[in-house]
Design a protein around this ligand. Structure first.
Ligand code: NAD
Length: 71
């Protein structure tokens, strides 16, 4: 029989509340491309304001233009 009083895991809680990280600020080095870009996108999805720190300035600016005012 399932335990209805079981608390969701922290990961499940974030998945069910996509704005849980609202109000936080993150700096993502290497955030213009690849794994860093994926992290930037995930943080923005969860309401984080993200600073992209990358030697590829044009790539970072392009990503910021796509993702909007949170970057
Ligand atoms: N892709 C994988 O499967 C994988 C697996 C294990 C480890 N890694 C490691 O994870 C890191 C990221 O991998 P990736 O595939 O996303 O790489 P990537 O080359 O796609 O992206 C790296 C980003 O870091 C930026 N960068 C490079 N030097 C920098 C510096 N000095 N300061 C700021 N930004 C800088 C680049 O401009 C680029 O935007 C690498 O160190 C890689 O070796 C990757």
């Amino acid at each position: 029989m399932p335990d209805d009083n079981k608390q969701p895991s922290p990961a499940a809680a974030i998945l069910h509340n996509p704005r849980r990280l609202e109000g936080m600020v993150a700096i993502v080095t290497g955030g213009s491309r690849g794994i860093g870009e994926a992290i930037v996108r995930a943080f923005v999805h969860h309401g984080v304001v993200v600073v992209v720190a990358d030697i590829d300035d044009a790539g970072g600016q392009a990503l910021a233009a796509v993702l909007g005012p949170h970057v």
